[in-house]
Design a protein around this ligand. Sequence first.
Ligand code: NAP
Length: 484
Amino acid sequence: MKTFYGNEYNFSWIDGKKIESDHSSEVINPATGQSIGLVPDGGAKLTLRAIDAAAQALPSWSKLTAGTRAGYLLDWADRVIADKEALAQLLSLEQGKPLDEARGEIEGVAVYIRWYAEEGKRAYGEIIPASRPGQQLMVFREAIGVVGLITPANFPAAILATKVAPALAAGCSFVLKPAEQTPMIAIALLSHLMATQLPAGVANLVTGNPEEIGGTLSADPRVRKISFTGSTEVGKILMRQAADNVKRLTLELGGNAPVVVFPDADLDKAVDGIMGNKFENCGQVCNGINLIYVHEDIHQALVEKLAERIKVLKVAAGSEPGCQVGPMIDPSYLNKVETLVNDAVMKGAKVLAGGHRIVEDGYHVGNFYAPTLLDGVHEEMELTRKEIFGPVAPVLTFTDESVVIERCNNTPYGLAGYVYTRDAARMFRLIAGLEVGNLAVNGTSLANPQTPFGGVKESGIGRVGGRQGLEEYMELKYVALTLE
Ligand code: NAP
């Protein structure tokens, strides 16, 4: 397995060309703290060049047929799959996630690309019955224009695909800015896209200073939309910036997802679901379970089963065989997790597993945190209000259904929720009651290319996935045509 890429990805993609940079930044392997290569440290100047290229490429790209654009996308997906193993190794090395999870993420990239290649062919308009004789009322759907795409570090390949694929399918050109911790997988994926002979300037990628790149994308009126996935804090900055030229936004932001386990639930199924969701990607998942609400009657049984499973999770570098939980992406994430756990313990939470950093030879000291189970958690603790974004499972108890719904909703976030119950009437009360954009009942799997994923409240605006995800990259043009 390759562990050092040097200058292999030390370039930006602008106007169909690899642009080398005078200034570079190191990319760090979160498992070892060692450099794995260099990428350009770009800023406003490079971003402007990328916007120029995207603006120039837009008219001819948006005029192609959806079928022709689909051809490029399908070719791209094939190339990604042909290079799956190398891409997964790069992703695991750069991001830290277990290699098997990285393989799954790369497969998911191809699934999204292929789905949007086909969905682009179904961007239908409408004919509306007229109010006057001799009139045709029509609605056309058009590509929104040049779009800015900003992606986070937790699923740097999958989230890239959920933006790039619908943008291209809709006929948009774009400027992409990946997260500073995970730029190489983005450059590698774009390189496969460029290998399809995509027309120059349609796809551009800039790495470097987030404020400069984001600020330049926001300020330029040629960029008609920004699609951002990341923290609510940065989403709010982009929203303020977008106000100046009334730019369209898709914002996929932070979450504070509850899972509610009722006494009639299949407990083993609930434990499987919680384990699969909570410790995926070392807990760095936007729709990851943040709080586990369990009915008092089954509380003891649930925590015993969870403790048993959590204590034996294998924590290691993502590339190590059998790794189930990798390092956190960087020390700032771990510091936040540690502060939240310490606060909970100080206020009375009981540590049933983990609760500490892992310091081992060869491992980067600041990035490994033991999978943790906290019991006796209550709302005075900070971690009930903040997104933990780490391998920590806090357990709270409840007795009353309507009260637990209120407790779940008592947060500015509204991304995801999970419910375990076999009672059909209760399922529908929870579906109606929980203020979230995405809800799974008796399971924890939510992501599909054909479904609209997104948040309510401070978890975001707009949707990723589904036909709604394509609509995010299109504008409506209503035409009243008088024939006589
Ligand atoms: P983040 O710190 O907000 O960064 C996300 C992206 O924004 C990165 O590319 C970052 O660049 C960039 N950025 C930072 N400051 C910026 C600015 N002023 N202008 C423009 N761009 C700027 O988020 P993260 O830590 O990578 O990701 C974790 C967060 O993302 C969590 O809250 C998680 O819940 C959320 N998330 C949400 C979803 C969803 O679908 N709702 C999915 C995944 C993640 P740099 O890396 O260069 O700083």
